[in-house]
Design a binder for this molecule. Structure first.
Ligand code: GLN
Length: 233
């Protein structure tokens, strides 16, 4: 495809951070599936490419570094568009509305952040939920603990190393639908929007294609289909 810069010929190389179900997760056979995966398949198809996924720490994705060094062509990681991130990568139009949510063990008395005085809240390294927890820690008197991914975060909660786990609402709604050990104590109107991103200033044609796919999917019903397929919201 003309004017496209690609990490590997014939492929749309996508950086993500597993697992972030329902956006990206391994199924029982080990294949990576999810809302973002289906979306990037649409983009790849439109460009005559096949998608290949690179699982990599979120820090490298959100810092723009992975895109900058050409580890991948596009980042698709349920990533919130922020002013800081916009300075180091080019985002698509928004494709998903998100708020933070606090996961607790079912049957526990935690309802609001004020109930966490002297307790521990976990979050994922580098993400907006961790930052939101950190920004509220002093005010409510809780401690923040960092985890590498949603698996270690929910394990820490299951084993009582922490009393709450902060992460994006679609992640925890899917989890609580499957795992009755957990419930969502509260949600926060953080007014986040997800975007896909490409290297800053370096891949306008790819970005335009991503935007076209998002815009047309909203009109032709394919967005609604993917939403129903993956979300528990
Ligand atoms: N939406 C959140 C963020 O961008 C979480 C993303 C993630 O952990 N994969 O920080």
């Amino acid at each position: 495809a003309d004017g496209l810069k690609l990490a590997a010929a014939g492929k749309l190389t996508v950086c993500t951070h597993l697992p972030f179900k329902p956006f990206q997760v391994r199924d029982t056979k080990g294949a990576i599936v999810g809302f973002d995966v289906d979306y990037m398949d649409l983009v790849a198809k439109k460009l005559g490419l096949t998608q290949t996924i690179v699982d990599t720490p979120f820090e490298g994705i959100k810092s723009g570094q992975d895109l900058k060094i050409g580890k991948c062509d596009v980042a698709a990681a349920g990533m919130t568009i922020t002013k800081t991130r916009q300075q180091v990568m080019d985002f698509s139009v928004p494709y998903f509305d998100n708020t933070q949510s606090l996961l607790v063990k079912a049957g526990q008395p935690y309802k609001t952040l004020a109930d966490f005085k002297g307790k521990k809240i976990g979050g994922e390294v580098g993400n907006t939920g961790l930052k939101f927890a950190q920004n509220n820690a002093a005010k409510y008197g809780f401690t923040v603990v960092e985890y590498q991914d949603t698996t270690t975060l929910q394990q820490a909660l299951a084993t009582n190393q922490i009393q709450g786990a902060m992460d994006d609402l679609p992640i925890w709604t899917v989890l609580v639908a499957e795992d009755k050990r957990f419930t969502i104590a509260t949600k926060f109107a953080t007014n986040e929007q997800y975007g896909y991103s490409v290297a800053k200033g370096a891949n306008p044609k790819l970005l335009a294609t991503v935007n076209e796919v998002i815009t047309s999917s909203l009109k032709d019903g394919s967005y609604a289909k993917l939403y129903t397929k993956w979300m528990q919201l």
